[in-house]
Write a protein that binds this ligand. Structure first.
Ligand SMILES: Nc1nc2c(ncn2[C@@H]2O[C@H](COP(=O)(O)OP(=O)(O)O)[C@@H](O)[C@H]2O)c(=O)[nH]1
Ligand SMILES: [Mg+2]
Length: 374
């Protein structure tokens, strides 16, 4: 894998390299994982068996007599073995957990379980090995059979044993297939560009801001293993291209209110951002007061920013219709937050996502925090 080479050439292990390089490695891994998964097809056991059956029907004996029969039955066995091996070997191209970027790895760890995933791959590997053993064994039995009946009997037995290996893999194949399908969906954030994750209570203006700043209509993709979505806008600003990501329902409430799925989703999400943008809603229509919003901010600082060494940029949104009292309180709370988490917090910037007030200055600050393209 290319990224391992980079780390090795730098003479260091991945977690010891500089943060920017680590980010770069993660981004490249992320892309590699998705590119790889796109090219893999994970069949069900039933599909493999059915495919074998179709191909099997087309085989015809070429010679008469016992020698011809042996040759024919070996051909049939070989066909079954070859198909099973090829299909399963393709499945084994699924990346090992240790070769994955953190986002994808954590998704699997949280929603599937690391052991369950590795076990599935192990079973597939084992099935290939056993299939090979049956092929070796039964090929000899058929080749040395003393009658047409005996040749048939061994072929039946050999094919049966190989196909029963496949049938017993069914559960594991289904799991790998699901993992593949879920992770491939993350292609919209897997191009290797820097990521800014936007947080804030519902109606704070996250969607409005992302729509305003993205070059095209934001893309919506399923958040793997959940019924939630990831919304991604691509932002181009002064030579910098990055993603602005919204994850509705995940960074909108303090974490003690999260259900199990949201907690898992958050754990995976933690490794994604290069910076976090937190939006305060200071309008009279805000659905939560600013104390609540500050608690959410603090949660995000502790659970994402501090753990991953990324900054949180604070923007006070809806400045065009700000409620005076809420605005003043917000300044006070932010002051306190800055005292507590001085090195992590940037801002605040007053903006109106709707009217476009202050957004250029905000972008200027945001891009300073992102790894540069080159
Ligand atoms: N006046 C005003 N309204 C805004 C502003 N930003 C967003 N809104 C409105 O607030 C509502 C919720 O915005 P939305 O972007 O959907 O919030 P989200 O839930 O955080 O994605 C919408 O009606 C927006 O038009 C702003 O800067 N000023
Ligand atoms: Mg929204």
């Amino acid at each position: 894998m290319i990224v391992d080479k980079i780390a090795v050439e730098h003479g260091q292990e991945i977690d010891k390299v500089a943060p920017w390089l680590q980010r770069h490695i993660q981004a490249m891994r992320m892309r590699e994982v998705v590119e790889k998964l796109k090219k893999i097809y994970v069949p069900s056991a039933e599909e493999i068996v059915k495919y074998v059956g179709e191909r099997y029907k087309r085989l015809r004996p070429r010679r008469r007599g016992l020698a011809g029969r042996r040759e024919f039955e070996i051909k049939r066995l070989e066909l079954v073995y070859n198909i099973v091996r090829d299909k399963l070997q393709k499945v084994l191209e699924m990346p090992r957990l240790e070769a994955m970027d953190e986002f994808h790895r954590r998704l699997i760890e949280e929603f599937i379980g690391a052991e369950v995933y590795e076990e599935a791959l192990k079973r597939v590997r084992l099935a290939i090995k056993l299939a090979r053993r049956f092929w070796d064994e039964y090929r000899v039995l058929i080749a040395t059979s003393q009658s047409v009946e005996e040749a048939k009997k061994y072929r039946k037995e050999g094919c049966g044993r190989i196909l029963s290996l496949v049938r017993r893999l069914d559960k594991h194949l289904k799991l790998l297939r699901r993992v593949r399908e879920e992770l491939v969906q993350t292609h919209v954030v897997s191009e290797g560009l820097p990521v800014v994750v936007v947080a804030g209570i519902p109606s704070a203006g996250k969607s409005t801001l992302i729509s305003r700043l993205s070059t095209a209509k934001p893309e919506v993709a399923p958040y793997p293993f959940t019924t939630k979505n990831i919304i991604v806008g691509k932002v181009v600003f002064k030579n910098q291209i990055f993603y602005m990501v919204d994850t509705p329902g995940i960074l909108e409430r303090p974490m003690h209110q999260h259900n199990q799925i949201e907690r898992k989703a958050l754990v995976a999400l933690t490794s994604l951002p290069d910076a976090i943008l937190f939006l305060y809603d200071v309008s009279a229509e805000r659905v939560q007061d600013v104390v609540y919003q500050t608690r959410l901010l603090e949660d995000i600082i502790r659970n994402i920013a501090l753990k991953n060494g990324v900054k949180v940029v604070i923007a006070i949104n809806k400045i065009d219709v700000a409620d005076r009292e809420a605005l003043q309180k917000t300044y006070q709370y932010i002051e306190e937050i800055k005292k507590k988490y001085d090195s992590v917090v940037v801002g605040p910037y007053n903006i109106s996502a709707l009217k476009g007030i202050g957004v250029e200055q905000l972008l200027n600050e945001l891009i300073k925090l992102l790894p540069s393209k080159g």
